[in-house]
Ligand binder design. Structure first.
Ligand code: BZD
Length: 837
């Protein structure tokens, strides 16, 4: 209303205190020194880079807080419909550089810290990654937050504040992955604001009794109550005042510890329950693409969804609207099935607390939730054992049974007598134990369901949710192709290229970074020799930056005039890092067999791998071991090392990706067709002028459509054939020596001990020689042929650079701004609102 009364005292004095933060260099240095002296209680003469980073971060944070406050006030006043992105993972990486760029303050801070005797690059390097995610799914959530703020959409994220993020990866001398904890909060986190006053009680276990009073209500009592406390992380938009919120929950015991047990001398018992509460948010589960059925994971999921819903509903209630208007003010996006318990939880609140009837409650739920699927791999589809659910969440299990009953009644009505269909579609999978199928629950409880690339969304519609499409109609099942934020994945990680683009397009970054289609303006410059030289020189400097990183962290000297070939992603059989390393061995054997003269015509290549394997994923860890040992042998071979070297970069992270991606000439996205839902690093590489080697899978397909088939290197069998080939593997297997002699030779070399004890690798080799579920042997020859095409194309440097420029020019579609606007417009019905300057 603009007529608020100041809470207390003299309005003039309040206003005088609210001058905001000045952003000229002199004010910045003043604020920096002030934080050194007061917030950090340190002295100028013994301030190290870490302290200076913290002072800079605190000073930047002051800007964010004021913008955040104005944004939240605007939201409260205008009461727009808001969206909430529920994700168990937010893989944020570092914040300072991103905040400086989005605020448009990088130059001022650079100058300011320089005057104080520091280099901004050194300070940026002191920040630890916030690594609260496994891979693509978590990083996508982070990109969507950046885009929501940049596009001025009222979107909040909700997640967990894990004390330990994804483990740190160490590589033993034998080449084994070792895991160490990631205590990322140890030197304090300037980017979070504890909100100790925002807290909710979350119940586990106990008893659920139906009231049987003619209503569907029940009471849920007893058990364990745990406190959820909010920590807010500010999410600045790019060149806008809008600063959104990511609210992360920490678990705490409701009451310190049990004083009765303590006084009775049972000290361990007294702290046990307090420890079990704190344990909920202690660590991120490091498994991707597997469903484990562990009680603590279930508790994480419920703790987070219950706290988030309570918070969302409290905010809604402050609007003074009727509870039935929830879908007019709230849209909740479920990032995969991890937050699916929000569906029965909202039913519980509406029925047990708000006393709505079943149908009304279900209608509200059905118009509030939206579900994104990120995988069709069967082993990754979440299922929870019914006995575990009954134990931990007895009331929710009742509600799920009720949802199932009404749902199956409706299915029966539409398809009378089709018992197979009923058992296929039931939320409860029969077996010992019975299990709850979370993807089905997410699907029927949501207004819309989407996959993350065209092919993947088709597969969702025709495979895992086929019956649901037949029952509910196709229009509920859509696609939103993933995107990436060009702020972090171009402007921040590749500043020289970003500057060149601005200069060439004669468009401000504040414009093209938010309308990425403008990159098309680069197309004519592919024909400009001077521009191509600048383009190539930047790629070269990015390669040198990567070489410097490898030199200083691993001690290896890299030939920066070679082609840089990069595959960085979680280790997984379906992603086929094995195919890549087997291809490397094949190339090595070919080189060895050549005369020195013949060798001289061969393209020099440096192959980089990075990625973590889930700690219990034996075959994936064996692949790492093979890569490390292949590198050890090949890199030391005087005949070939000029032509081919291999590096496994340990402890892959967002920050490491920011160095690797801009340096690539080619990158590999070589999953078995139909297995990689989208992939997002494929987009990052292409946006940085690296060309794509890949299968016809996920978003690779749409990238090729955008940049042109002639600018990508595709190979391998297509999705519709994969099932048939697997069938043949089972019933008409062809020995590998026959099917692919080149590969058989490579496998024999490994078995024969060329890369250390061959026996070690037998379990890995067996997966290929025997079942070959991921079609390594079927795709090997065409993979090698694609890499030969790459070599051929790279010979013509001019043409290569043209391809690189044309690729970048056509990557506009893959901005996460486009993706988040699709969610806002076509799914949530949420509109942008601007925050007054
Ligand atoms: O999600 C990934 C897909 O594999 C990619 O193809 C896709 O691009 C991204 C974003 O849509 N999925 C994951 O990253 N999944 C997980 O990390 C995960 C984590 C926990 C449990 C299950 C899966």
């Amino acid at each position: 209303t603009g007529k608020e009364k100041w809470p207390r005292g003299d309005e003039k004095i309040w206003k005088a205190g609210m001058r905001g933060v000045d952003t000229d260099v002199a004010s910045i240095t003043k604020s920096f020194v002030n934080h050194v002296q007061t917030s950090l209680a340190r002295q100028a003469h013994n301030l190290d880079d870490l302290g200076a980073y913290q002072a800079a971060a605190l000073s930047v944070r002051d800007n964010l807080i004021l913008n955040w406050d104005d944004t939240q006030l605007t939201y409260t006043r205008k009461a727009p419909k808001r969206a909430y992105y529920l994700s168990l993972e937010f893989l944020m990486g570092r914040t300072l550089d991103n905040a400086l760029l989005n605020l448009g303050l990088k130059d001022q801070y650079k100058d300011g810290v320089k005057e104080l005797g520091f280099s901004i690059e050194d300070l940026l390097d002191k920040e630890r990654d916030a690594a609260l995610g496994n891979g693509g799914l978590g990083r996508l959530a982070a990109c969507y937050l950046d885009s929501s703020a940049s596009q001025e959409l009222p979107v909040w994220g909700y997640g967990l504040r894990y004390k330990y993020g994804i483990f740190q990866q160490l590589i033993s001398p034998e080449g084994n992955q070792l895991e160490a904890p990631d205590p990322w909060l140890d030197n304090q986190n300037p980017w979070e604001l504890p909100r100790l006053d925002v807290a909710y009680e979350v119940r586990f276990y106990g008893q659920a009794e139906r009231l049987n009073d003619g209503t569907p209500r029940a009471s849920w009592t007893g058990g364990q109550e745990v406190l959820a406390v909010a920590y807010d992380v500010m999410i600045p938009g790019c060149y806008t005042k809008t600063t959104n919120n990511l609210r992360l929950w920490e678990s705490k015991p409701k009451r310190g510890f049990d004083l009765n047990s303590f006084n009775a001398g049972n000290y361990e018992g007294a702290i046990e329950s307090s420890n079990s509460a704190a344990a909920i948010t202690s660590v991120l589960y490091p498994n991707d693409h597997t469903s484990f059925g562990k009680e603590l994971r279930l508790k994480q999921q419920y703790f987070w969804t219950a706290a988030s819903l309570a918070d969302i509903l409290r905010r809604f209630k402050n609007l003074g609207k009727s509870i039935t208007e929830i879908p007019d003010y709230i849209a909740i996006q479920l990032n995969d099935t991890h937050p699916t318990l929000a569906i029965p939880e909202l039913m519980r609140i509406l029925i047990d607390d708000e006393d709505l009837d079943w149908n009304k409650a279900w209608e509200i739920v059905n118009n509030t939730f939206f579900y994104t699927n990120h995988t069709v791999l069967p082993e990754a589809l979440e299922k929870w054992p019914v006995p575990l659910m009954e134990h931990v969440l007895p009331r929710h299990m009742q509600i799920i049974y009720d949802i199932n009953l009404f749902f199956l009644q409706a299915v029966e009505k539409k398809f009378p007598g089709d018992r197979d269909r009923l058992s296929r579609m039931s939320l409860i999978e029969e077996g010992f134990p019975k299990q709850v199928r979370m993807a089905y629950l997410a699907c029927i409880g949501s207004k819309k369901v989407n996959g993350v690339a065209e092919l993947h969304s088709d597969l969702v519609r025709t495979t895992i949710l086929k019956d649901f499409v037949e029952f509910e109609g196709i229009s509920k099942f859509g696609n939103v192709t993933n995107g990436i934020t060009p702020r972090r994945w171009l402007d921040q990680c590749n500043p020289e290229l970003s500057d060149l683009i601005s200069k060439t397009l004669k468009v401000e970054k504040s414009v093209w970074l938010k309308s990425l289609d403008k990159l098309e303006g680069l197309l004519p410059f592919a024909e400009d020799a001077r521009f191509r030289r600048e383009w190539a020189a930047i790629k070269q400097r990015n390669k040198e930056r990567l070489a410097h990183y490898v030199q200083t962290t691993l001690g290896f000297t890299i030939n920066t005039h070679a082609m840089f070939d990069v595959q960085i992603k979680r280790l997984h059989e379906y992603k086929r890092q094995t195919l890549n390393i087997l291809g490397v061995i094949h190339r090595y054997l070919t080189l060895k067999a050549m005369t020195p003269e013949a060798r001289q015509k061969v393209n020099h290549r440096v192959v980089f791998f990075a990625g973590k394997a889930a700690p219990a994923y034996y075959i994936a860890k064996l692949t790492i071991r093979l890569i490390v040992n292949v590198a050890r042998i090949i890199n030391a071979d005087p005949d070939t090392k000029e032509y081919l070297t291999v590096y496994f970069i340990p402890d892959y992270s967002v920050s490491v990706a920011e160095v690797l991606i801009p340096a690539s000439d080619i990158s590999q996205h070589i999953s078995t067709a139909g297995t990689e839902a989208s992939g997002t690093s494929n987009m990052k590489f292409c946006l940085n002028g690296g060309l794509l080697v890949g299968t016809v899978d996920g978003a690779n397909i749409e990238i090729a459509e955008s940049v042109g088939e002639s600018n990508v290197f595709f190979f391998g069998h297509l999705t519709p054939d994969v099932e048939d080939i697997r069938y043949q593997h089972m019933y008409h297997p062809i020995p590998i020596e026959e099917k692919c002699p080149a590969l058989a030779n490579v496998l024999n070399k490994i078995s024969g001990g060329m890369f250390g004890d061959g026996g070690v690798y037998e379990p890995l080799l067996k997966t290929i020689r025997q079942v070959d579920y991921y079609l390594i042997a079927d795709d090997f020859d065409s993979y090698i042929a694609a890499l030969a095409m790459v070599d051929e194309a790279y010979l013509d440097k001019t043409e290569w650079i043209k391809k690189s420029i044309k690729t970048v020019a056509k990557m506009g579609k893959f901005s996460s701004d486009r993706a988040i606007l699709e969610y806002a417009e076509s799914y949530w019905n949420v509109e942008a609102i601007s925050v007054a300057k």
